[in-house]
Design a protein around this ligand. Structure first.
Ligand SMILES: [Zn+2]
Length: 642
């Protein structure tokens, strides 16, 4: 139970203190005109108290206006002067924020949170505890899986020791095996364009450190690394159709990359400028293959390394080295180690049924590291100049097989008269391992938690239950949210093909509904980095427009006002959307997401923009509250099911 009268008590107390402080002065000169003045003051105070009483909402009957909403904004944003819940949310979120404190613990103290790792488990437990402290209920770690092996880095350094010392900027790929002992070995550049070129390296790579890819040409940056959505982009989003898919990144000049905003279909990091997504925009498209986001954005995949990995493994290479396929200036982008045997698929077996690198039956692979491009390129050039290089590498890792399950952190703010119904908000807590997962997606986690903190701190009583989900396994393919959605809400199975008379030759799918399918109002996701909210992707759900329009109105001065009928993919709202439930991701400013932080060693706390994150948490809190207070659940898209 909450204590909704406490703010009234504070108001009365404040009035009391005021009276106490002002009255003695007047008592000192008890002239008749002073008495009249005192009476007048008392009268005014009584009026003020009465006003406060009248504005206090009843504890049991939630306040509603004629539209079924209780979120009108009066324009007065101080909780001392207004009872408007959205204005109070705004004040708490912008003036008394704890979001950066939360983020610092998650990123600085707990650190990177690779799925399956002890760090992520610690984050699970810490977030559960924090949410409980703030007064949320049913806080728990909900298992999904089995996922596979955890991995953590114990020790790493790499430097050239001959012919001169060159400390290197690098990082081991996730799930790379370690070395039995520190290694000092010859560095070989595998200068091979195709299989035909491999012959000359046969028998020469045993125990060697192999530079497995060509150097990557770097160019100066004449555009800023950081940017916000330009009016032109917002306008394109506002005018987009439901058939269009928009994904980060937006180029640094603010113009859509390749002249389009929409790139790719349901993948954020794939980085092609294809218009496939613009043509399709169906559930099939949206549920694309987020695993591919493990690959670098906007560059061809490292074909060389993946194609030659089997060869390098057979030849007994001691360590496989590749340049960061993206980024420069010391920033490197990195995800998981490659496994051989499924070449052409990004080396992660993401689109096959082959074992993934975290699988307990993954094939043996050589240790793999990535170097910053400038460092890598220099080593190649030195070798091409005839220098003999020796590299010293220390690489110790630990695999964790004791618990193959992974966990989502779940917690609730219980509802009142509609408590059986649910409004969800969430973000993914897992990250890649070279930074501390600040923009991807510590920011979303901290903002989601902050939204809950705002609501509980204000003791706002929602009608529906508000449920938080901090997902895991997102980076490996939305695994935590997919598992949760199919366990709680529903899943598709393919059934027999439609009869031959039908013009529709697609295999027919049947939706199995879980008990909570009918009870979910909607899900709000935040996973596009540190940038403030600029609007919402409506995922083709036109019916939510008037509601979202109204909910964004109080934040127009914070530049959150664009509603796009288009959809966006690559994150945890898509499993909801895929089974016909209202699931939304916000439109956010890109800031440095693509240029600097997304999956890089620079994805750290210092790249987070505090004011942006406060704004996002505040709007998230308002959306959760508004959705929880409506008379009806959010409208769903018309179903194509018969
Ligand atoms: Zn990511």
């Amino acid at each position: 139970m909450t204590q909704p009268l406490s703010s009234l008590r504070w108001a009365l107390l404040t009035v009391g203190i005021f009276t106490f402080l002002t009255l003695p002065n007047t008592f000192a000169q008890p002239a008749p005109n002073k008495l009249a003045e005192m009476e007048k003051q008392l009268e005014e105070l009584q009026k003020a108290v009465e006003n406060l009483r009248q504005n206090q909402p009843s504890t049991n009957a939630p306040e509603r206006d004629s539209s079924g909403l209780s979120n009108r904004v009066t324009g007065r944003f101080s909780s001392n002067r207004t009872n408007d819940p959205i204005a109070r949310i705004r004040e708490e979120g912008l003036e008394h924020s704890k979001v950066m404190e939360t983020l610092s613990y998650l990123t600085d103290v707990i650190g990177p949170r690779l799925t399956g790792s002890p760090n992520l488990k610690r984050a699970n437990e810490w977030t559960r505890g924090k949410l409980e402290d703030w007064g949320l209920t049913n806080a728990q770690l909900e298992a999904w899986g089995p996922f596979g092996r955890g991995w953590s880095l114990k020790r790493f350094s790499a430097q050239i020791v001959e012919p001169q010392a060159i400390p290197l900027i690098g990082f081991p790929k996730a799930w790379s095996p370690g070395l039995d002992q520190p290694l000092v070995a010859d560095v070989v550049y595998l200068d091979a364009k195709g299989d035909a070129d491999l012959g000359k390296y046969k028998g020469k790579l045993h125990g060697a450190i192999v530079l497995s890819s060509p150097p990557r040409e770097l160019k100066a940056h004449f555009e800023p690394l950081a940017n916000r959505m330009m009016e032109t982009n917002l306008l394109r989003l506002a005018n987009a159709s439901e058939a269009q898919t928009f994904t980060l990144p937006f180029s640094s000049a603010g113009a859509p990359e390749g002249g389009r905003i929409g790139i790719g279909a349901g993948r954020r990091g794939g980085g092609s400028n294809s218009v496939d997504g613009a043509r399709a925009g169906t559930n099939v498209t949206r549920s694309g293959s987020p695993e591919n986001r493990g690959g670098p954005r906007g560059r061809p995949l490292l074909q060389g390394q993946q194609r030659f990995l089997s060869f390098l493994a057979r030849e007994g290479a001691a360590l496989v080295v590749s340049p960061s396929s993206q980024g420069d200036g010391g920033t490197l982008f990195i995800s998981s180690a490659s496994v051989p045997g499924f070449e052409g698929r990004g080396g992660t077996n993401s689109a096959t049924n082959g074992p993934r690198v975290w699988s307990t039956n993954a094939p043996a692979i050589p240790p793999q590291i990535t170097l910053a491009a400038e460092d890598y390129n220099r080593l190649v050039r030195m070798i091409q100049q005839g220098e003999k290089l020796k590299m010293a590498v220390d690489l110790t890792v630990q695999f964790h097989d004791d618990d193959l399950m992974a966990y989502n952190t779940i917690a609730e703010i219980p509802g009142s008269d509609l408590r059986e119904e649910i409004v969800m908000l969430g973000a993914h807590m897992d990250s890649w391992h070279s930074g501390t997962g600040a923009t991807d997606n510590g920011a979303g986690v901290a903002a989601t938690m902050e939204a809950a903190r705002i609501l509980t701190a204000l003791k706002l009583q929602p009608r529906r239950t508000i449920r938080l989900a901090l997902w895991t396994g997102e980076e490996e393919g939305l695994m935590g949210s997919r598992a949760y959605v199919s366990n709680h809400f529903g899943f598709y199975t393919n059934v027999a093909k439609a009869d031959s008379a039908s013009t529709n030759s697609r295999p027919r799918r049947a939706l199995t509904r879980q008990p909570e399918y009918g009870r979910l109002s909607g899900y709000f996701n935040l996973d596009n980095g540190t940038g403030k909210i600029r609007g919402v992707y409506m995922q083709g759900n036109e019916a939510v427009r008037p509601l979202f329009r109204r909910w964004l109105r109080p934040f127009a001065d914070l530049e959150a006002e664009t509603l796009s009928l288009s959809n966006t993919g690559g994150t945890d709202h898509t499993p909801f959307d895929a089974i016909g439930l209202p699931g939304f991701q916000f439109i956010q400013d890109p800031i440095e997401y693509s240029s600097r932080t997304h999956h890089s060693n620079a994805d750290v706390f210092d790249r987070i923009q505090a004011d942006d994150l406060k704004q996002a948490a505040t709007i998230l809190a308002a959306f959760a509250y508004n959705a929880a207070m409506l008379d009806e659940k959010l409208p769903r898209k018309p179903s194509d099911e018969k």
